[in-house]
Design a protein around this ligand. Sequence first.
Ligand code: ADE
Length: 224
Amino acid sequence: MRIDIITVLPELLKSPFEASILKRAIKANLVEVHFHNLRDYTSDNYKSVDDYQFGGGAGMVMMVEPVDKCISKLKSERDYDEIIYMTPDGNRLDQGTANEMSLKQNLMILCGHYKGVDQRIRDHFITREISIGDYVLSGGELGAAVFCDAVIRLIPGVLGNETSALTDSFQDNLLAPPIYTRPRDYKGWKVPDVLFSGNFPEIEKWREDEAYKRTKERRPDLLE
Ligand code: ADE
């Protein structure tokens, strides 16, 4: 997979890709991530990427021209499966979308900034608009990092143990069950006996029951 990220603040975005699972995925050539600074596509001396909103009103708007130049250059180099705009008024990101995106070859992500981007960019280029939750961030960069993390860890080969993504919360619309490791007894805080029974169908049943209980308690909406 290849991901191209268009941003006015590449420095805000880079560190998540330089550590842990994302770093390993990049090193193993399972994913390539490229950052494009929108200011490199400006045509005036001030490298302006934003301007006042027509019709008045507070807040600046990302201008059409630099965004068009950047997206058009990338599109001339390869075909993109999706051109995604990170914005609080997009579709809320969920595990289903992450699964779907993890199967794509080329993704482009535009990080919104200021009040957002000129609507004409959304009308003419964007194929998908994604929000990471019902709150407003100061830009799309942290949203893009969250999106990339959720997607990249699902690419086959990225996680050491292939089954571990399958048992994540949300993969089957259930939250994950409780988990334990050594020691079996810590200060009298005990691990449930069933986990030592050696009876794997029984352990699996216990996990399913616990996952269901937890989901019913915390996220009944997932069971609807
Ligand atoms: N940009 C600002 N807020 C955002 C959000 N909640 N999700 C995605 N991008 C954003």
